[in-house]
Design a protein around this ligand. Sequence first.
Ligand code: SF4
Length: 341
Amino acid sequence: MFEIKHTLCPSCSVGCGINVILDNEKIVGTFPYKRHPVNEGKNCANGRNSLEKFDCKINEAVSSNSVVSVDKAFEEISKEIAKDNVTVVLSGNNSLEDAQAIKSFCEENDFEMIFYANDLGNFENVASYEDIENAPSVFVIGDILYENPLLGRRIVHAKENGAKVFSNLKSDKSVTANISDQVHSGSVQEFLDNCDDVLEELSVIVFNTVDACDELDKLKCCESKLLPVYSKINTKGVLSIADAQSKGEILEMLNGTDVLLVFDDDIVDEFDYDFKSISKIITFSAFENNTTKLSSIVVPIMSWLENDGSYVNAMGETQKFAPVMQSDALSIIEVIKKIKG
Ligand code: SF4
């Protein structure tokens, strides 16, 4: 029997809705979620392809390349986390509820906690997507039209409403260049200096990348509205629970790590680091990825389609989601209870 169920796209922090088509609990496709206020039925290719992850679903616990029972995996995990130099990876993929549980777990056990937020920092007051559409000018740092297309759609609407679009792009092949009145390619500092005479209070600066932390300080000094766009769905939400570190700080923390616990993240894919130098990587993940491939112990967990919780999108709106399918796997909260014993 076919069913259509509402959920959220997990592929970036824009927070689009997506409908999943199920045939007897098996995912067979996606369908426009027309009433969702963020994307009104549209999804980009990344959003539609997010369900392809289910081709690489993890169904069994693995330790040292052998399938083991979940109980056996937890026995081994208990021994490993009793050792020194344990570091835990908190992720923008974690829901608010999971992130809070992971943070408490780290505090109770005195574990170091790594959290990466694309080096974009935390901004209390951010522009809304409607602010972009109504802005007299939009300043875009990073290829938002390519990497966050449903937010890019708001910039296109702003241009249709008469806004000027200025962009700072690394490549002249960037999609955002196609709708820009002016394209720059220097540092963020130079871009803002060059645009100083056209930046105004109602302008919006949308950015998904910076080259250096002092560029964030420069952005914070602007009178215009700001909208950082993170690569993971709930980075904005997790920033309200934990401080993020810079890439450099995280590499140093990894140097001092003997046991790395990863909760629903692919840190190996994200960081250029010799992860084989870490004695044990223990990963809790619904899907195979480069981190699970390097891990000594992998425990399957519920995916976002099988769990409930809350995510906060880039403009700071909390969106709740409910399970669209059943699972025998544990949630992150259940994993932490089991580790505690
Ligand atoms: S813009 Fe982001 S949230 Fe929206 S459909 Fe595309 S990947 Fe998903």
